[in-house]
Design a protein around this ligand. Structure first.
Ligand SMILES: Cc1cc2nc3c(=O)[nH]c(=O)nc-3n(C[C@H](O)[C@H](O)[C@H](O)COP(=O)(O)OP(=O)(O)OC[C@H]3O[C@@H](n4cnc5c(N)ncnc54)[C@H](O)[C@@H]3O)c2cc1C
Length: 402
Protein backbone atom coordinates (compact mmCIF):
# COMPACT_ATOMS: atom_id res chain seq x y z
CA UNK A 1 0.00 0.00 0.00
CA UNK A 2 1.46 3.37 -0.98
CA UNK A 3 -0.98 5.88 0.43
CA UNK A 4 0.25 9.27 1.56
CA UNK A 5 1.05 9.31 5.27
CA UNK A 6 -1.13 11.81 7.11
CA UNK A 7 -0.44 13.25 10.55
CA UNK A 8 -2.27 12.46 13.77
CA UNK A 9 -5.57 14.32 14.09
CA UNK A 10 -5.34 15.48 10.48
CA UNK A 11 -8.50 13.58 9.56
CA UNK A 12 -10.46 16.47 11.09
CA UNK A 13 -9.08 19.13 8.77
CA UNK A 14 -7.82 17.29 5.74
CA UNK A 15 -9.96 15.97 2.95
CA UNK A 16 -9.21 12.27 2.61
CA UNK A 17 -9.75 10.33 -0.57
CA UNK A 18 -11.80 7.18 -0.03
CA UNK A 19 -9.00 5.26 -1.73
CA UNK A 20 -6.69 6.18 1.15
CA UNK A 21 -9.02 4.86 3.83
CA UNK A 22 -8.25 1.27 4.71
CA UNK A 23 -11.13 -1.13 5.24
CA UNK A 24 -10.69 -4.61 6.75
CA UNK A 25 -11.76 -6.28 3.49
CA UNK A 26 -8.38 -5.18 2.13
CA UNK A 27 -6.39 -7.48 4.41
CA UNK A 28 -4.37 -9.89 2.29
CA UNK A 29 -4.76 -13.67 2.30
CA UNK A 30 -1.98 -14.18 4.82
CA UNK A 31 -3.52 -11.74 7.30
CA UNK A 32 -6.90 -13.43 6.82
CA UNK A 33 -5.28 -16.78 7.54
CA UNK A 34 -3.75 -15.46 10.76
CA UNK A 35 -7.19 -14.13 11.73
CA UNK A 36 -8.80 -17.49 11.00
CA UNK A 37 -6.14 -19.28 13.06
CA UNK A 38 -7.00 -17.02 16.01
CA UNK A 39 -10.74 -17.66 15.61
CA UNK A 40 -10.18 -21.43 15.34
CA UNK A 41 -7.97 -21.31 18.41
CA UNK A 42 -10.70 -19.60 20.42
CA UNK A 43 -13.25 -22.18 19.22
CA UNK A 44 -11.20 -25.26 19.93
CA UNK A 45 -9.15 -24.22 22.96
CA UNK A 46 -10.74 -21.30 24.79
CA UNK A 47 -14.50 -20.92 24.44
CA UNK A 48 -15.12 -24.51 25.59
CA UNK A 49 -13.15 -23.86 28.80
CA UNK A 50 -14.50 -20.49 29.95
CA UNK A 51 -15.71 -21.73 33.35
CA UNK A 52 -12.41 -23.47 34.03
CA UNK A 53 -10.50 -20.36 32.95
CA UNK A 54 -12.62 -18.13 35.18
CA UNK A 55 -12.05 -20.53 38.08
CA UNK A 56 -8.33 -20.00 37.44
CA UNK A 57 -7.65 -23.73 37.14
CA UNK A 58 -4.00 -24.26 37.99
CA UNK A 59 -1.75 -23.99 34.92
CA UNK A 60 -4.61 -23.64 32.42
CA UNK A 61 -3.99 -20.07 31.28
CA UNK A 62 -0.26 -20.72 30.93
CA UNK A 63 -0.92 -23.82 28.82
CA UNK A 64 -3.28 -21.86 26.56
CA UNK A 65 -0.64 -19.17 26.09
CA UNK A 66 1.90 -21.92 25.35
CA UNK A 67 -0.38 -23.36 22.67
CA UNK A 68 -1.01 -19.90 21.20
CA UNK A 69 2.77 -19.45 21.17
CA UNK A 70 3.27 -22.73 19.30
CA UNK A 71 0.91 -21.44 16.60
CA UNK A 72 2.90 -18.21 16.39
CA UNK A 73 0.05 -16.09 17.74
CA UNK A 74 2.26 -14.38 20.33
CA UNK A 75 4.77 -13.24 17.73
CA UNK A 76 2.67 -11.81 14.92
CA UNK A 77 4.24 -8.34 15.06
CA UNK A 78 7.66 -9.44 16.33
CA UNK A 79 10.41 -9.20 13.67
CA UNK A 80 11.38 -12.49 12.01
CA UNK A 81 14.94 -12.25 13.35
CA UNK A 82 13.46 -12.74 16.85
CA UNK A 83 11.20 -15.62 15.85
CA UNK A 84 8.04 -13.70 14.96
CA UNK A 85 6.08 -13.17 11.74
CA UNK A 86 7.14 -9.53 11.36
CA UNK A 87 3.66 -8.39 10.35
CA UNK A 88 2.60 -4.76 10.21
CA UNK A 89 0.68 -2.86 12.85
CA UNK A 90 -2.75 -3.30 11.30
CA UNK A 91 -2.30 -7.09 11.21
CA UNK A 92 -1.63 -6.98 14.94
CA UNK A 93 -4.92 -5.05 15.23
CA UNK A 94 -6.61 -7.86 13.30
CA UNK A 95 -5.21 -10.39 15.78
CA UNK A 96 -6.43 -8.30 18.74
CA UNK A 97 -9.88 -8.19 17.10
CA UNK A 98 -9.96 -11.94 16.38
CA UNK A 99 -8.81 -12.88 19.88
CA UNK A 100 -10.99 -10.15 21.44
CA UNK A 101 -13.95 -12.51 21.85
CA UNK A 102 -11.83 -14.70 24.15
CA UNK A 103 -12.77 -13.09 27.49
CA UNK A 104 -9.99 -13.45 30.12
CA UNK A 105 -7.75 -15.30 27.66
CA UNK A 106 -7.79 -12.22 25.42
CA UNK A 107 -6.67 -10.09 28.37
CA UNK A 108 -3.79 -12.45 29.22
CA UNK A 109 -2.66 -12.64 25.61
CA UNK A 110 -2.82 -8.91 25.00
CA UNK A 111 -1.02 -8.07 28.28
CA UNK A 112 1.75 -10.51 27.33
CA UNK A 113 2.15 -9.45 23.69
CA UNK A 114 1.50 -5.75 24.34
CA UNK A 115 2.52 -4.07 27.57
CA UNK A 116 4.68 -7.06 28.59
CA UNK A 117 6.70 -7.55 25.40
CA UNK A 118 6.70 -4.19 23.59
CA UNK A 119 8.81 -2.24 26.11
CA UNK A 120 11.71 -4.62 25.35
CA UNK A 121 11.01 -4.75 21.62
CA UNK A 122 10.85 -0.97 21.26
CA UNK A 123 13.26 0.24 23.94
CA UNK A 124 15.57 -2.72 24.53
CA UNK A 125 19.16 -2.76 23.29
CA UNK A 126 20.43 -5.54 20.98
CA UNK A 127 21.47 -7.81 23.88
CA UNK A 128 18.19 -7.37 25.74
CA UNK A 129 16.16 -8.08 22.62
CA UNK A 130 18.25 -11.13 21.74
CA UNK A 131 17.91 -12.52 25.26
CA UNK A 132 14.20 -11.90 25.88
CA UNK A 133 12.20 -11.42 22.68
CA UNK A 134 12.53 -14.92 21.16
CA UNK A 135 11.32 -16.51 24.41
CA UNK A 136 8.47 -14.02 24.71
CA UNK A 137 7.52 -14.66 21.07
CA UNK A 138 7.08 -18.38 21.73
CA UNK A 139 5.50 -17.93 25.14
CA UNK A 140 8.27 -19.88 26.86
CA UNK A 141 8.54 -16.77 29.06
CA UNK A 142 5.39 -14.87 29.93
CA UNK A 143 5.37 -11.19 30.69
CA UNK A 144 3.66 -8.64 32.93
CA UNK A 145 3.84 -4.86 33.21
CA UNK A 146 4.25 -3.31 36.66
CA UNK A 147 3.44 0.38 36.71
CA UNK A 148 0.44 0.91 39.03
CA UNK A 149 0.91 1.15 42.80
CA UNK A 150 -1.59 1.52 45.65
CA UNK A 151 -1.03 5.30 45.73
CA UNK A 152 -0.13 5.79 42.09
CA UNK A 153 -2.78 5.04 39.46
CA UNK A 154 -3.68 7.68 36.86
CA UNK A 155 -0.78 9.76 38.23
CA UNK A 156 1.61 7.02 37.17
CA UNK A 157 4.84 9.00 37.52
CA UNK A 158 4.20 9.47 41.24
CA UNK A 159 5.14 5.86 42.09
CA UNK A 160 7.24 5.22 45.18
CA UNK A 161 8.96 2.02 44.12
CA UNK A 162 12.69 2.69 44.36
CA UNK A 163 15.77 1.40 42.60
CA UNK A 164 19.11 1.87 44.36
CA UNK A 165 22.47 0.99 42.92
CA UNK A 166 24.40 -1.43 45.15
CA UNK A 167 27.85 -0.60 46.49
CA UNK A 168 29.55 -2.73 43.83
CA UNK A 169 27.66 -0.90 41.06
CA UNK A 170 26.48 -4.20 39.58
CA UNK A 171 22.79 -4.29 40.53
CA UNK A 172 19.85 -2.03 41.28
CA UNK A 173 17.99 -3.12 44.38
CA UNK A 174 14.27 -2.63 43.76
CA UNK A 175 11.92 -2.03 46.68
CA UNK A 176 8.22 -1.28 46.53
CA UNK A 177 4.71 -2.52 45.91
CA UNK A 178 2.87 -2.82 42.61
CA UNK A 179 -0.85 -3.38 42.29
CA UNK A 180 -3.35 -4.75 39.74
CA UNK A 181 -0.68 -6.57 37.77
CA UNK A 182 -2.19 -8.60 34.92
CA UNK A 183 -0.49 -12.00 34.39
CA UNK A 184 1.27 -11.34 37.72
CA UNK A 185 0.59 -14.82 39.09
CA UNK A 186 2.49 -16.69 36.39
CA UNK A 187 4.74 -14.16 34.64
CA UNK A 188 8.44 -14.96 34.28
CA UNK A 189 9.37 -11.43 33.21
CA UNK A 190 8.19 -8.19 34.79
CA UNK A 191 8.64 -4.76 33.26
CA UNK A 192 9.05 -2.74 36.44
CA UNK A 193 8.93 1.04 36.73
CA UNK A 194 10.83 2.54 39.65
CA UNK A 195 12.63 5.72 40.64
CA UNK A 196 16.37 5.83 41.09
CA UNK A 197 17.29 7.93 44.15
CA UNK A 198 15.44 11.27 43.99
CA UNK A 199 14.84 11.26 40.23
CA UNK A 200 11.83 13.20 38.95
CA UNK A 201 10.94 10.49 36.46
CA UNK A 202 10.63 6.74 36.56
CA UNK A 203 13.17 4.36 35.06
CA UNK A 204 12.20 1.00 33.56
CA UNK A 205 13.77 -2.39 34.28
CA UNK A 206 13.46 -5.92 32.92
CA UNK A 207 13.06 -8.10 36.00
CA UNK A 208 13.17 -11.88 35.91
CA UNK A 209 11.07 -13.64 38.51
CA UNK A 210 14.03 -15.76 39.51
CA UNK A 211 16.15 -12.72 40.40
CA UNK A 212 14.72 -13.18 43.90
CA UNK A 213 13.12 -10.74 46.33
CA UNK A 214 9.68 -10.99 44.71
CA UNK A 215 6.56 -11.99 46.63
CA UNK A 216 2.89 -11.54 45.84
CA UNK A 217 -0.58 -11.46 47.32
CA UNK A 218 -3.24 -14.00 46.34
CA UNK A 219 -5.35 -13.36 43.23
CA UNK A 220 -7.69 -10.35 43.39
CA UNK A 221 -11.42 -11.12 43.45
CA UNK A 222 -12.79 -9.13 40.55
CA UNK A 223 -16.12 -8.15 39.00
CA UNK A 224 -15.16 -9.62 35.64
CA UNK A 225 -12.24 -11.11 33.67
CA UNK A 226 -12.06 -13.53 36.57
CA UNK A 227 -9.76 -15.85 34.66
CA UNK A 228 -7.16 -13.14 34.21
CA UNK A 229 -4.45 -13.26 36.85
CA UNK A 230 -4.31 -9.96 38.79
CA UNK A 231 -1.87 -9.63 41.68
CA UNK A 232 -0.21 -7.24 44.04
CA UNK A 233 3.52 -7.73 43.78
CA UNK A 234 6.13 -6.84 46.37
CA UNK A 235 9.78 -6.17 45.57
CA UNK A 236 12.08 -6.60 48.54
CA UNK A 237 15.69 -5.77 47.68
CA UNK A 238 15.08 -7.47 44.33
CA UNK A 239 18.52 -7.44 42.66
CA UNK A 240 18.36 -6.38 39.01
CA UNK A 241 21.60 -6.37 36.99
CA UNK A 242 22.46 -2.86 35.75
CA UNK A 243 22.35 -4.13 32.17
CA UNK A 244 18.62 -4.81 32.64
CA UNK A 245 17.66 -1.14 32.68
CA UNK A 246 15.59 -0.31 29.62
CA UNK A 247 16.68 2.69 27.59
CA UNK A 248 18.17 5.37 29.87
CA UNK A 249 17.80 6.41 33.48
CA UNK A 250 14.69 8.57 33.86
CA UNK A 251 13.19 7.44 30.54
CA UNK A 252 10.70 5.04 32.17
CA UNK A 253 7.73 7.37 32.29
CA UNK A 254 8.06 8.04 28.57
CA UNK A 255 8.25 4.28 27.94
CA UNK A 256 5.20 3.68 30.13
CA UNK A 257 3.13 6.33 28.37
CA UNK A 258 4.12 5.32 24.84
CA UNK A 259 3.44 1.65 25.50
CA UNK A 260 0.05 2.47 27.02
CA UNK A 261 -0.70 4.51 23.90
CA UNK A 262 -0.30 1.38 21.78
CA UNK A 263 -2.37 -0.49 24.38
CA UNK A 264 -5.23 1.97 23.85
CA UNK A 265 -5.71 1.37 20.15
CA UNK A 266 -5.18 -2.40 20.52
CA UNK A 267 -7.80 -2.46 23.27
CA UNK A 268 -10.10 -0.78 20.77
CA UNK A 269 -9.44 -3.55 18.26
CA UNK A 270 -10.13 -6.20 20.91
CA UNK A 271 -13.57 -4.74 21.63
CA UNK A 272 -14.51 -5.36 17.97
CA UNK A 273 -14.19 -9.13 18.41
CA UNK A 274 -16.11 -9.08 21.69
CA UNK A 275 -18.91 -6.94 20.26
CA UNK A 276 -19.21 -9.04 17.10
CA UNK A 277 -19.62 -12.16 19.19
CA UNK A 278 -22.23 -10.55 21.47
CA UNK A 279 -24.22 -9.15 18.54
CA UNK A 280 -24.26 -12.53 16.75
CA UNK A 281 -25.57 -14.24 19.87
CA UNK A 282 -28.16 -11.51 20.46
CA UNK A 283 -29.42 -11.81 16.86
CA UNK A 284 -29.71 -15.59 17.14
CA UNK A 285 -31.52 -15.34 20.46
CA UNK A 286 -33.90 -12.68 19.16
CA UNK A 287 -34.74 -14.91 16.18
CA UNK A 288 -35.36 -17.94 18.38
CA UNK A 289 -37.16 -16.45 21.38
CA UNK A 290 -40.91 -16.32 20.76
CA UNK A 291 -43.28 -14.00 22.66
CA UNK A 292 -46.76 -12.89 21.61
CA UNK A 293 -46.51 -15.70 18.98
CA UNK A 294 -43.64 -13.96 17.21
CA UNK A 295 -39.84 -14.11 17.42
CA UNK A 296 -38.87 -11.05 19.47
CA UNK A 297 -36.69 -9.93 16.52
CA UNK A 298 -39.95 -8.90 14.83
CA UNK A 299 -40.55 -6.17 17.41
CA UNK A 300 -39.43 -2.62 16.64
CA UNK A 301 -37.78 -2.05 20.01
CA UNK A 302 -35.57 -5.14 19.63
CA UNK A 303 -34.78 -4.29 16.01
CA UNK A 304 -33.73 -0.82 17.08
CA UNK A 305 -31.38 -2.27 19.69
CA UNK A 306 -29.78 -4.68 17.22
CA UNK A 307 -29.45 -1.95 14.59
CA UNK A 308 -27.83 0.45 17.06
CA UNK A 309 -25.44 -2.26 18.28
CA UNK A 310 -24.40 -3.05 14.70
CA UNK A 311 -24.08 0.63 13.77
CA UNK A 312 -21.76 1.35 16.67
CA UNK A 313 -19.68 -1.73 15.89
CA UNK A 314 -19.40 -0.66 12.24
CA UNK A 315 -18.14 2.79 13.27
CA UNK A 316 -15.69 1.16 15.67
CA UNK A 317 -14.32 -1.23 13.10
CA UNK A 318 -13.99 1.52 10.51
CA UNK A 319 -12.16 3.88 12.85
CA UNK A 320 -9.80 1.26 14.29
CA UNK A 321 -8.54 -0.17 11.00
CA UNK A 322 -8.36 3.25 9.35
CA UNK A 323 -6.13 4.51 12.17
CA UNK A 324 -4.16 1.25 12.11
CA UNK A 325 -3.34 1.83 8.46
CA UNK A 326 -2.48 5.49 9.12
CA UNK A 327 0.09 4.19 11.61
CA UNK A 328 1.49 1.73 9.06
CA UNK A 329 1.69 4.47 6.40
CA UNK A 330 3.52 6.75 8.83
CA UNK A 331 5.89 3.88 9.68
CA UNK A 332 6.63 3.24 5.98
CA UNK A 333 7.38 6.93 5.48
CA UNK A 334 9.73 7.01 8.48
CA UNK A 335 11.55 3.86 7.32
CA UNK A 336 11.86 5.35 3.81
CA UNK A 337 13.41 8.41 5.50
CA UNK A 338 16.09 6.17 7.04
CA UNK A 339 14.77 5.73 10.58
CA UNK A 340 15.61 2.59 12.53
CA UNK A 341 12.81 -0.02 12.79
CA UNK A 342 11.98 0.12 16.52
CA UNK A 343 12.14 3.91 16.55
CA UNK A 344 9.91 4.17 13.48
CA UNK A 345 7.37 1.81 15.06
CA UNK A 346 7.20 3.96 18.16
CA UNK A 347 7.17 7.29 16.36
CA UNK A 348 4.42 6.20 14.00
CA UNK A 349 2.08 5.27 16.87
CA UNK A 350 3.08 8.34 18.86
CA UNK A 351 1.97 10.55 15.95
CA UNK A 352 -1.51 9.07 16.23
CA UNK A 353 -1.88 9.42 19.99
CA UNK A 354 -5.09 11.42 19.44
CA UNK A 355 -6.66 8.61 17.38
CA UNK A 356 -5.46 6.01 19.92
CA UNK A 357 -7.19 7.92 22.73
CA UNK A 358 -10.39 8.51 20.72
CA UNK A 359 -10.55 4.83 19.80
CA UNK A 360 -9.90 3.68 23.37
CA UNK A 361 -12.73 5.78 24.77
CA UNK A 362 -15.21 5.18 21.95
CA UNK A 363 -14.59 1.44 21.62
CA UNK A 364 -14.78 0.65 25.33
CA UNK A 365 -18.05 2.61 25.59
CA UNK A 366 -19.34 0.93 22.44
CA UNK A 367 -18.72 -2.48 23.98
CA UNK A 368 -20.42 -1.55 27.25
CA UNK A 369 -23.43 -0.37 25.24
CA UNK A 370 -23.49 -3.57 23.19
CA UNK A 371 -23.25 -5.93 26.17
CA UNK A 372 -25.88 -3.96 28.08
CA UNK A 373 -28.35 -4.25 25.19
CA UNK A 374 -27.31 -7.88 24.77
CA UNK A 375 -28.37 -8.57 28.35
CA UNK A 376 -31.63 -6.71 27.72
CA UNK A 377 -32.45 -8.69 24.57
CA UNK A 378 -31.90 -11.94 26.47
CA UNK A 379 -34.45 -10.80 29.08
CA UNK A 380 -34.24 -12.82 32.29
CA UNK A 381 -31.75 -15.15 30.62
CA UNK A 382 -29.47 -12.14 30.22
CA UNK A 383 -29.06 -12.16 33.96
CA UNK A 384 -28.33 -15.87 34.20
CA UNK A 385 -24.80 -17.15 34.52
CA UNK A 386 -25.95 -20.15 32.44
CA UNK A 387 -26.32 -17.90 29.38
CA UNK A 388 -23.49 -16.04 27.63
CA UNK A 389 -24.48 -12.39 28.23
CA UNK A 390 -23.73 -12.33 31.94
CA UNK A 391 -19.99 -12.96 31.47
CA UNK A 392 -19.81 -10.60 28.50
CA UNK A 393 -21.43 -7.85 30.58
CA UNK A 394 -19.08 -8.29 33.53
CA UNK A 395 -15.96 -8.68 31.41
CA UNK A 396 -16.64 -5.57 29.35
CA UNK A 397 -16.55 -3.07 32.20
CA UNK A 398 -12.80 -3.17 32.76
CA UNK A 399 -12.11 -1.76 29.28
CA UNK A 400 -13.38 1.68 30.25
CA UNK A 401 -10.49 2.28 32.58
CA UNK A 402 -7.54 -0.04 32.21
C1 LIG B 1 -8.17 -5.83 36.35
C2 LIG B 1 -7.11 -4.78 36.27
C3 LIG B 1 -5.93 -5.05 35.59
C4 LIG B 1 -4.92 -4.09 35.54
N1 LIG B 1 -3.72 -4.43 34.95
C5 LIG B 1 -2.66 -3.60 35.13
C6 LIG B 1 -1.34 -4.02 34.73
O1 LIG B 1 -1.13 -5.11 34.17
N2 LIG B 1 -0.30 -3.19 35.00
C7 LIG B 1 -0.46 -1.97 35.61
O2 LIG B 1 0.53 -1.28 35.81
N3 LIG B 1 -1.70 -1.54 35.98
C8 LIG B 1 -2.80 -2.32 35.76
N4 LIG B 1 -4.05 -1.92 36.14
C9 LIG B 1 -4.18 -0.62 36.76
C10 LIG B 1 -5.04 0.33 35.96
O3 LIG B 1 -4.35 0.71 34.81
C11 LIG B 1 -5.40 1.47 36.92
O4 LIG B 1 -6.45 0.98 37.69
C12 LIG B 1 -5.70 2.72 36.23
O5 LIG B 1 -4.54 3.27 35.73
C13 LIG B 1 -6.40 3.73 37.15
O6 LIG B 1 -5.69 3.94 38.34
P1 LIG B 1 -6.45 3.81 39.74
O7 LIG B 1 -7.19 2.52 39.75
O8 LIG B 1 -5.47 4.03 40.83
O9 LIG B 1 -7.51 4.97 39.72
P2 LIG B 1 -7.30 6.47 40.19
O10 LIG B 1 -6.13 7.08 39.52
O11 LIG B 1 -7.35 6.54 41.68
O12 LIG B 1 -8.61 7.15 39.59
C14 LIG B 1 -9.89 7.08 40.24
C15 LIG B 1 -10.88 7.89 39.39
O13 LIG B 1 -10.44 9.26 39.32
C16 LIG B 1 -10.34 9.66 37.96
N5 LIG B 1 -9.23 10.61 37.82
C17 LIG B 1 -7.93 10.46 38.18
N6 LIG B 1 -7.22 11.55 37.87
C18 LIG B 1 -8.10 12.43 37.30
C19 LIG B 1 -7.97 13.72 36.75
N7 LIG B 1 -6.79 14.36 36.70
N8 LIG B 1 -9.08 14.32 36.26
C20 LIG B 1 -10.27 13.67 36.29
N9 LIG B 1 -10.46 12.45 36.77
C21 LIG B 1 -9.38 11.82 37.29
C22 LIG B 1 -10.08 8.37 37.21
O14 LIG B 1 -10.46 8.51 35.84
C23 LIG B 1 -10.96 7.40 37.95
O15 LIG B 1 -12.28 7.51 37.49
C24 LIG B 1 -5.10 -2.83 36.15
C25 LIG B 1 -6.31 -2.54 36.80
C26 LIG B 1 -7.30 -3.50 36.88
C27 LIG B 1 -8.54 -3.16 37.63
Amino acid sequence: MTTKAIKGGEFVIQETSYEDVFIPEEFDEEAQMIRQTCLDFLDTEVLNKLDRIDAQEEGLMQSLLDKAGELGLLGVSIPEEYGGFGKNFNTSMLVADAVGGGFSFAVALSAHTGIGTLPILYYGNAEQKAKYIPKLATGEWKAAYCLTEPNSGSDANSGRTSAKLNAEGTHYLINGQKMWITNGGFADIFIVFAKIDDDKNLSAFIVEKNFGGITMNPEEHKMGIKGSSTRQIFFNDCPVPVENMLSERGNGFKIAVNILNIGRIKLGAATIGSARSVISKAVNYANERVQFNLPISKFGAIRYKLAEMATRLFATESAAYRAGQNIDDAYDALIAGGMDDAKAKLKSVEQFAIECAIIKVWCSEMLDYVVDEGVQIYGGMGYSAEAPMERAYRDSRINRYF
